[in-house]
Design a protein around this ligand. Structure first.
Ligand SMILES: [Zn+2]
Length: 296
């Protein structure tokens, strides 16, 4: 089952077959060259300061990607990747000696930097809004090619954030029905932090991944997870999963989507939200006798 959202997606999807497409991450970032991947100018400036610490020739590939001369091995052709990425804690400069695999701490030592110097802080927490597909994929350790495949159909988009009074880069997450028809979109507006999502205006919330229920029926089980990203991880591993969009949002009427599936593995995160989700589901009579708790 694929998500049929609109013709625009199909145009995007068909690009995969275009000449020159190799499906590599490099290509995905190439497409992003003209943008700053959601990083603020301050963060880009901080990244450039880190870059300046590396002597010798630089090969700047984009606002957020550069190859420099590795200060540890005898490097003549810039082979040390110094790239700005978003991780769970925020923007971080990552180092990768592609030629010799030189050690992280040795590289830092050679240019007089510490690990903390590579964690770039946003001056203003509000600036942490904004999420691109590439940043999302990196933070979840999932390939962009998978996340943009017809089955998941994520897209780079923008979303208006009232608190900022501005639009920010956002990942558009299509919610489909059992047949893969688009019901609504949810926007991921931040990689981390407490305020990560917005619904499309006028949305009726539902379970995420209803188009995967056929697979779940065939398998005889389903993973019930919290949020979209755990679905993405499960789907990537070939496991049928549906997601509750926020533990406070469960509605008992959604249980009917799970009718006929004998085993429902509830993936419970070891925090208050996880406990709450489990309590809510246990109270739902329609699921009685089929729930199994999986603590991660
Ligand atoms: Zn090296």
């Amino acid at each position: 089952m694929v998500v049929r959202r609109n013709s625009f997606v199909k145009v995007n999807a068909s690009n995969k077959n275009a000449p020159g497409y190799s499906g590599s991450r490099k290509d995905a970032s190439y497409i992003m060259h003209s943008t700053t991947n959601g990083f603020t100018p301050e963060i880009i400036k901080g990244y450039e300061k880190v870059l300046d610490r590396f002597p010798g020739g630089h090969r700047r590939k984009s606002k957020t990607d550069a190859d420099v001369i590795c200060p540890v091995h005898d490097d003549h052709n810039p082979s040390l990747g110094v790239d700005l990425r978003q991780n769970g804690a925020g923007p971080k400069v990552v180092l990768n000696c592609r030629s010799q695999g030189c050690g992280y701490s040795e590289i830092l030592q050679a240019v007089g930097l510490t690990d903390a110097d590579l964690e770039l802080q946003e001056k203003n927490a509000a600036m942490a809004y904004g999420c691109t597909l590439e940043a999302y994929a990196a933070s979840k350790n999932l390939p962009v090619e998978f996340l943009t495949s017809d089955d998941v159909a994520l897209e780079d988009g923008t979303c208006y954030v009232k608190e900022l009074g501005d639009e920010v880069p956002a990942v558009e997450i299509p919610y489909a029905d059992r047949d893969g028809e688009l019901l609504t979109n949810r926007y991921r507006i931040a990689v981390g932090g407490d305020d990560k999502f917005r619904w499309e205006k006028g949305s009726t919330t539902t379970l995420y991944g209803l188009h995967k229920l056929e697979e779940a029926h065939d398998a005889g089980y389903v993973l019930l997870v919290e949020g979209e990203s755990d679905c993405h991880t499960a789907w990537y591993r070939g496991l049928p999963a549906v997601g509750v969009p926020g533990v406070d949002n469960w509605r008992d009427e959604w249980a009917e989507h799970l009718n006929g599936i004998s085993k429902i593995f509830v993936v419970v995160e070891p925090d208050e939200a996880g406990k709450k989700l489990w309590r809510t589901l246990v109270e739902c009579n329609a699921l009685a006798g089929r729930l199994r708790k999986v603590v991660i």
